[in-house]
Design a protein. Structure first.
Length: 255
């Protein structure tokens, strides 16, 4: 996969400066720098860390069925039960967990423009950490001085005022971004499972300035066991996400 060209990044910057709205998803099978978005995100006060969030108390194990028998992945998917004070997640609480397949942690940088607001959406627990050796098939463990300790951010919302004159609706135009450390959240993969649809749809509603539609979808009784994935299915999932990551930069437009 090729990085975004400098000319493409310039178009995106100009779009945001005019009050554009963008959804960006990254995924841990890729290096965070693969799309060339790291500098742009830093400009908006967010760093994507080359790690995977491990939260032992909130893990959901997935078994990969291979030729050598069943194998537990060294880093397990997790549930988030902690949410920030943003309207995207204002109706979510500890009783509304969100399932993340694998997620980079996202750091809200202290050094950022004063008019840029970065708000955590979903976080891991205090017992979590960012595993930097996630590509190695070894047991994940917290390495002091190497892995960042929790709580860590799975997803963040960013806003920046781009003018002073209010629109017809009385709002001051602003650029809006939602950054997901787990790009699979914006695919059909387990979209109905454990809060994923709520977080995704509410993020899109906020980006579209349709805050009045933000809600928690009615839940049907469900079996929360995750099906086993064979190696072919896991590769298909990873390939799908790799192909869809650029598409996840959904420019919804300032309304």
């Amino acid at each position: 996969m090729q990085k975004f060209l400098p000319e493409e990044l310039d178009v995106l910057r100009r779009y945001l400066r005019k009050g554009g709205h963008v959804l960006i998803g990254v995924y841990p099978t890729l290096e965070p720098t693969v799309l060339g978005l790291e500098d742009l995100l830093v400009e908006y006060g967010v760093r994507v860390n080359d790690d995977v969030i491990v939260d032992p108390g909130q893990q959901v194990q997935i078994v990969v069925q291979g030729q050598g028998g069943n194998e537990i992945l060294p880093v397990s998917p997790t549930l988030s039960k902690a949410y920030g004070g943003h309207e995207i997640v204002r109706k979510l609480g500890e009783g509304d967990p969100t399932f993340f397949f694998f997620s980079h942690s996202l750091t809200a940088l202290e050094q950022r423009p004063r008019d840029v607001a970065v708000t955590p959406l979903a976080m891991s627990s205090r017992d979590s950490w960012g595993e930097v050796r996630y590509r190695e098939k070894t047991e994940a463990k917290l390495d002091a001085g190497e892995d960042a300790a929790g709580p860590l951010n799975y997803a963040v919302a960013i806003s920046q005022k781009v003018g002073e004159a209010p629109t017809e609706g009385g709002k001051v135009p602003e650029a809006r971004l939602v950054v997901l450390g787990d790009a699979s959240l914006a695919t059909n993969f387990y979209i109905e499972k454990i809060g994923r649809k709520d977080l995704l749809l509410n993020s899109i509603r906020w980006l579209a300035e349709q805050e009045h539609l933000i809600a928690i979808e009615g839940r049907k009784p469900e079996d929360r066991k995750l099906q086993n994935l064979d190696e072919a299915r896991l590769r298909q999932l990873q390939s799908t996400i790799v192909l869809l990551v650029p598409v996840l930069m959904v420019t919804l437009g300032a309304i």
